[in-house]
Write a protein that binds this ligand. Structure first.
Ligand SMILES: [Zn+2]
Length: 410
């Protein structure tokens, strides 16, 4: 890509346009509220669709669930080739108490170079930057092969049903590589943690609280199990290299519940107790290894608490951590783009959470990188905001990376 071509693409990206589009999307609340059919992603998705059509994209709307459409827009290059997907999501998490916000959660006020509002960073800002970037490629008449796609998916914040649907469609299956536009303060993130959730149930025998010798108390067993988790963590950490970006894997109890299925009473020893574990995996650690360690702790607990039975279930298919090599074309294209747009080398990083990218990686086997505007810690907080400078920088990097990736010869 010549300097002239670079400048032509960059000249099509204005701060005003990226800010206005981000603000327009933030002003459409798209919190998932199952009881309110007019909440959810529909209105935000329709705004994305209308904008993409106006800008000359081909568009497909995929109804994932009622009121919850994925919107996919794309531009075709001069010749067949690979498909690069700029991926984002249209849902946002709850605003919590609106009165706790300095500016209204749906106000999209810009103050001191920051745009405020729920979803400004996570991730209508990144989505808007991707949309403007792709439009700029078209307006500049940049030459490329294959397909440049923008995917605005639903339900990332909950079950990721949008991404799970997308990877089963013809458009999803053609994706060769993806940039996930989540807020990572424009660091070039090579890794994402994997995740699974496990339900551990202790089965005992119900009895009167005055006569514990007549019971098998599942709460005692749950306590033994919990006490064994630090040892379990040490064991799985011994088997994996510490990640430079993501540190070590974690097994974190997040829910403890007993009794199950009936009213809690002071004088009743319940029949069952339940724990939920939130397991975060780092690259190189297979989910099966951790499930095996959890099962071992369950057997150990049974030995220590005679009469109890411990069952372990994973709540949905585990998603392994993702990791992409520095030499992958999508990484080198984005690295080059950052140097062009910013005049210096990118900062490399890792994603502490798990985004739609883990679904794309697991289902399609494609390389993914995560790169997007907004402080990594700000999502889901009150006063969520995104720096305007990062919004514009992201759009510039996406546009150049797209042309570079789709015009390379190798
Ligand atoms: Zn997000």
């Amino acid at each position: 890509m010549s300097r002239l071509a670079v400048d032509r693409v960059l000249s099509e990206i204005s701060e005003q346009e990226v800010v206005d589009l981000t603000a327009a999307l933030v002003r459409i609340p798209s919190v998932f509220r199952p009881a309110e059919p007019d909440a959810n992603e529909r209105a935000a998705a329709l705004a994305v669709e209308a904008w993409l059509r106006r800008e000359g994209f081909a568009v497909e709307v995929q109804e994932v669930a009622p009121g919850r459409p994925n919107v996919i827009g794309w531009l075709d290059g001069a010749a067949p080739g690979e498909t690069l997907c700029l991926e984002g999501h249209t849902d946002v998490v709850t605003e919590g108490d609106p009165a706790a916000w300095r500016h209204g959660p749906w106000s999209a006020v810009v103050e001191d170079g920051k745009l405020y509002g729920r979803g400004s960073a996570d991730m209508k800002g990144g989505l808007a930057a991707a949309m403007v970037a792709a439009a700029a490629v078209r307006r500049a008449g940049a030459r490329f092969s294959g397909r440049l796609m923008v995917a605005a998916l639903v339900d990332e914040e909950d079950a990721m049903s949008g991404a799970k649907h997308f990877v089963t469609t013809a458009l999803g299956r053609m994706v060769s590589a993806a940039i996930v536009c989540e807020p990572e303060q424009n660091e070039l993130c090579l890794e994402q943690k994997g995740v699974f959730w496990a339900r551990v149930t202790a089965h005992g025998r119900m009895a009167h609280g005055a006569m514990p010798y007549a019971a098998v108390n599942p709460i005692t067993a749950a306590g033994h199990f919990l006490a064994g988790i630090p040892r379990l963590e040490r064991r799985i950490r011994r088997g994996v290299r510490r990640s430079r970006f993501l540190g070590v894997p974690h097994v974190t109890p997040t829910i403890v519940r007993a009794p199950i299925g009936h009213v809690a009473q002071n004088n009743v020893i319940p029949a069952t107790a339940e724990l939920r574990l939130d397991v975060r995996l780092t690259p190189g650690l297979e989910p099966g290894v951790v499930i095996g360690a959890i099962e071992d702790l369950a057997r150990d607990t049974e030995r220590r608490c005679p009469g109890t039975r411990i069952t372990v279930e994973t709540l949905e298919a585990p998603r392994p951590a993702t990791c992409v090599e520095r030499g992958e074309p999508i990484v080198t294209a984005l690295e080059w783009a950052v140097r062009q747009a910013r005049g210096r080398a990118p900062v490399f990083g890792g994603v502490p959470g798990s985004t739609d990218g883990t679904i794309l990686r697991t289902a399609l086997g494609i390389p993914i990188v995560t790169f997007g505007p907004g402080n990594r810690l700000i999502p889901h907080q009150v006063d969520e905001h995104v720096p305007v400078a990062e919004l514009v920088e992201a759009a510039r990097c996406y546009a150049l990376a797209a042309v570079r990736y789709l015009s390379r010869r190798d």
